[in-house]
Structures are given as C-alpha cells and as structure tokens.
Design a protein around this ligand. Structure first.
Ligand code: HEM
Length: 325
C-alpha cells in the first residue's frame, strides 16, 4: 500500500493498547447514548423530510433516496462538514470502499490527496472559527494538548465517515429487503410498532451489515476449538457466519423480530466494539419504523433475483433497492 494511504488507514481499529485508548477517548464523548439521544428529533425530522420528498412519486430507490442520505447527513453534521460538500464526501467514501486490488489502491491516491487537502483547510477554518462539532474538538485537541497528529485526525475522520454511514445504509436497505421477503414479520412490525427495538437487533443479526471484522494477527500461538493459530498468522473473524451459528441461535436462518436470545456480534466485541452502535441503532429504529408506518403498501419494484449486491467482501449491501408504495 502506498505510504500516503497507509497513513490514512492508521486509525483506532488498527491500533492496540494506549494508542487505541487515546484515539477512542477523543471521540467517544460525541457518541455516548445520551449524546445520541439528543439527536433523536433531528433524525426523525430528516426521516420525515426524505419520505415527504419521495411520496408524490409513489416509487423510489430506497438506497439512494432514503437509506444513504439519512446516516450520511447525520455523520456529516456530527463532524461539522458544510452541507453543500456532502455529495463530494459521499463520492470519496464510495471510492475508498471500492478499492481492493493494489492497482485500485494506487488509483485512489488523487482522491486521497483531494480528501486530505480539503480536510486540512477545514481544520484550519475550524480553529479560526470554532463550531460545536467533532472536527473542531479534534483540531483543538491537537492545538491545545498536542494529543494527536494531523495524520491521525485525517485517519479518524476517514474512519468515521466510512464506518459512520456505509454500515447503517446496509442495515436500513438490507433490513427493509429482509422484511419485504418475510411479509409475516413485516405485518407484525406494522401492527406492533413497539417491537422496533428487538426487530432492529434481529435485522442486525440477520442481514449483518459488516460481514467481516478487521484483519488481526495472532501475537502468540493460540488454540481455539482444537485449531492452533500460529503466532503471526492472519485471522479474519467472519461476523456474518457467527450471527448464524446454530450452536447459539435457535433456527438461525429464520427472521424472528421477537427473538429474545439474541446476543449477536454485528457490532463486534471487546475493546474495538463499535463506537457508533447507539447512533446506528437509533437511526435504524427511526428509519424503519417510520417507513413501515407511513408506507403500508411498500413492495419491491423488481423481482428480488434482479437486485445487485455490491462487490465488497467486508460490507454487504445492495447497489439499489427499487420499491413502489
Ligand atoms: C449498522 C451499523 C454499524 C455496524 C454493523 C458496525 C459494525 C462495527 C463492527 C463489527 C466494529 C468492530 C470491528 C472490529 O473489531 O474489527 C465496528 C467498529 C467501529 N465502528 Fe461501527 N458499525 C456500524 C455503525 C457505525 C457508526 C454509525 C459509526 C460512527 C459514527 C461507527 C464507528 C465505528 C468505529 C469508530 C469503530 C472502531 C472502534 C474501535 O476500534 O475502538 N460504526 N463497527
């Protein structure tokens, strides 16, 4: 990987111990359940506005028109990026996520440079004119206490930008598809909207927006379930598989929005447990509950077999989800 990209990938997910703690502490205050609760009205308002906009057309691409703009707008607001730059940010995020082979990564360099240049300018602006946002807080932490480097700020923003919307898009998009494919569960949620909390947990388990955890390397020889992983070997935890483990989940391939024993791993586990879990849970609950209530005739516009999944090994999500209502 070119050094420039390596630096931007050097985020809290890739660090252990005190370095991980230092970075996580700097941002965790913005994502605590009580901070997120304060955004509930904003999320509801945005959800209503997005649905108001599509309502007269009686059809939409649920990904582009609803599932994507909701979390993207929220993370952009939390970071403090001017609203008019949102489309540019979305394009960047898409490019970063698409890169797989080395050649793709090299082709990413110009995008990375624009991204870094834009953010460096924004950080300067926020230092001169502070706002009530995360970029201001990070920029001030760098200035006042020299707590993080400029590269670390950029890597942090990139991580939050990508982690902060792409996954929640998949929760809402694939979650709605799963409900449309299980009409009994959809009908139950419609008649008992108070089931939204367990329903979102079940959708997180069932559709699993982030299928594979970050790659890890064994620090010492370790034996798990009779398999020895030698020191230095790559380990990839496939969350999507764990979430369907028949040794823990009863009828794992069944969608049951009332499932009680549901300790899924969709947000990971341990010190790297998802920082954004309260935010995406809240966004998912409001988005899906409101959509189901407001659109009683919601249905697929094309046969499910014609839907395309994006070619990404880590995040599983639909390219588009055309629906009628
Ligand atoms: C449905 C939505 C989401 C899912 C399924 C999800 C899933 C995950 C998972 C599985 C991990 C752990 C990865 C690992 O250990 O390798 C993780 C970490 C993380 N997530 Fe999320 N995430 C979601 C939404 C969000 C949002 C909305 C944000 C931020 C606004 C966010 C920010 C992060 C960050 C910063 C980490 C790294 C934490 C650390 O290393 O300490 N995520 N996420």
């Amino acid at each position: 990987m070119p050094p420039m990209l390596r630096r931007l990938n050097h985020n809290m997910l890739a660090l252990d111990g005190p370095d991980h703690g230092r970075l996580r502490t700097l941002v965790h205050k913005a994502f605590t359940p009580s901070m997120i609760e304060r955004m509930r009205d904003q999320v509801q308002l945005l959800t209503n506005e997005l649905l108001d906009k599509v309502e007269p057309h009686a059809s939409m691409d649920l990904i582009a028109d609803f599932a994507l703009p909701l979390p993207l707008t929220m993370i952009i607001r939390i970071l403090g990026i001017p609203a008019q730059d949102a489309p540019m940010f979305r394009r960047w995020a898409r490019r970063f996520l698409a890169g797989g082979a080395s050649i793709d990564r090299i082709l990413l360099i110009p995008t990375m440079l624009s991204f870094a240049g834009y953010l460096k300018k924004l950080i300067k602006t926020r230092l001169a004119r502070p706002g009530d946002d995360l970029i201001t807080a990070l920029a001030q932490a760098r200035e006042d206490r020299d707590q993080l480097s400029e590269d670390e700020i950029l890597a942090m923003i990139l991580l939050l930008l990508i982690a902060g919307h792409e996954t929640t898009v998949n929760l809402i998009g694939s979650g709605i598809l799963a409900l449309l494919e299980h009409p009994d569960q959809l009908a139950r949620l419609r008649s008992e909207p108070e089931l939204i909390k367990p329903a979102i947990e079940e959708l997180l388990r069932f559709v699993c927006p982030l299928v594979m955890a970050t790659e890890r390397y064994a620090r010492e020889d370790i034996t798990l379930e009779g398999v020895t992983i030698p020191r230095g070997e790559l380990v990839v935890a496939v969350i999507g598989s764990a979430n369907r483990d028949p040794r823990y989940f009863e009828e794992p391939d069944m969608l049951d929005i009332t499932r009680e024993k549901n300790k899924h791993l969709a947000f990971g586990q341990g010190v790297h447990y998802c920082l954004g879990a309260p935010l995406s849970r809240m966004e998912g609950q409001i988005a899906i509950k409101t959509l189901v209530q407001r659109m009683p005739d919601l249905r697929l516009a094309i046969p499910a077999q014609q839907l395309h999944w994006r070619g990404n090994l880590v995040m599983r999500g639909l390219e588009a989800l055309p629906v009628l209502f």
